[in-house]
Design a protein around this ligand. Structure first.
Ligand code: PLP
Length: 353
């Protein structure tokens, strides 16, 4: 029997991340993780980090990491906000910046965490369907709204938009806060960070999880005007006055400073992506032109759900979403060349059957 107090418990459908397996030998290309290790400079920091330092609270402002990020992007420290992964950053942004009675708007096919935060924080929301080519139509975003959030490149479609798109979006939304989620921008997208000087209502979020191979460390950040950043800080400091931990501050800084390694790994992933895309197209797949570290693909005469299940029996984990419009698509993260060779071999075995 339901107890009376149970009706006061929160009922919510949480976000479901990509499956993690206990089996270490699987080809795990289902969560857009980076196949390469973080910068060797991060390894050095971890080796040399003294546990004695953990006695103290971390620098609440994480100045040294913020400074490294600010220098990298050519902005001031006061333009940088830091969180425990960009999921934390975006969750704070929703609470801090989306306080209108009008709905927050985003594409129908997008990061599935957005509706979860809207529900959690009681924010009204609304989708605009992307076109049949899965492109976002910027003209949809002309109606009054309570805020806009768009990933660029978008997930799971992998499609990227240029600065002309973001400029138009800003022109139509001078009365709202606009968030561009750039989790995948380093793999060939165009960053809108330079536009924050022109638009005080524009916030860019990014993460160390994908292009910097630090998903396990949880570092995310936002770049925007001093006005937006100070509101984010105030909301964050109202429930958790510390940023990331002391180890993450040092490791994140080392990663940000090693630009050569960063560019090299991004370049390798892009090259592998282009090779896998070409091979899959040769096999008859339709593969969207990706600007990210994953590809989005389908094959007209074949069930992608069955293919996804089959690959799993071969210890190759890709991602399938049982979501209208994309129920016959799969998302494949770009792994190392060896991993992608195994994937392609198993895929060929399946297609030939
Ligand atoms: C992965 C991802 C994030 C969040 O990543 P964190 O690991 O929390 O930094 C945010 N937005 C999109 C679109 C993502 O794919």
């Amino acid at each position: 029997m339901e107890k009376l107090w149970m009706k006061n418990l929160r009922k919510i459908d949480p976000y479901v991340p990509g499956e993690q397996s206990k089996n270490k030998n699987i080809v795990k290309i289902n969560a857009n993780e980076n196949p390469y290790p973080p910068s060797p400079e991060v390894e050095k920091v971890l080796k040399n980090f003294s546990s004695k330092n953990l006695r103290l609270y971390p620098d609440a402002n994480a100045f040294s990491l913020k400074k490294a990020i600010a220098d990298y992007y050519g902005v001031e420290v006061k333009n940088v906000f830091l969180g425990n992964g960009s999921d934390d950053v975006i969750a704070v942004a929703f609470q801090a910046l989306f306080n209108s009675d009008l709905p927050v708007v985003y594409p129908d096919l997008t990061y599935s965490f957005y509706p979860v935060w809207c529900s959690l924080f009681n924010i009204p929301y609304k989708n605009y369907p992307v076109g049949d080519d899965f492109r976002i139509n910027v003209e949809d975003y002309k109606e009054p709204n309570g805020g806009v959030i768009i990933p660029n490149p978008n997930a799971p479609t992998s499609l990227g938009e240029g600065l002309d798109f973001v400029e138009k979006l800003m022109e139509y939304n001078s009365d709202s806060v606009v968030i561009i989620d750039e989790a995948y921008v380093d793999f060939g997208g165009v960053s809108s960070v330079p536009l924050i000087k022109k638009y005080e209502n524009l916030l860019i979020t990014n993460t160390f999880s994908k292009s910097r191979s630090l998903a396990g460390m949880r570092i995310g950040f936002a770049i925007g005007s001093e006005t937006l950043i100070s509101v984010l800080e105030a909301v964050k400091n109202s429930y958790n006055s510390y940023t990331v931990d002391s180890v993450s501050i040092e490791a994140g800084k080392a990663s940000m400073l090693d630009d050569r390694y960063f560019k090299e790994t991004c370049k390798k992933i892009i090259a592998t992506r282009e090779r896998v895309t070409a091979e899959m197209r040769e096999m008859g797949f339709k593969v969207l032109d990706s600007c990210a570290n994953f590809i989005f693909a389908t094959k007209d005469d074949m069930s992608m759900k069955d293919m996804f299940e089959y690959l799993k029996t071969k210890d190759v984990y890709i991602r399938y979403f049982s979501v209208p419009r994309i129920e016959n698509y799969v998302r494949i993260s770009i792994g190392s060349d060896d991993e992608m060779d195994i994937f392609l071999k198993e895929l060929k075995g399946y297609v030939k059957k």
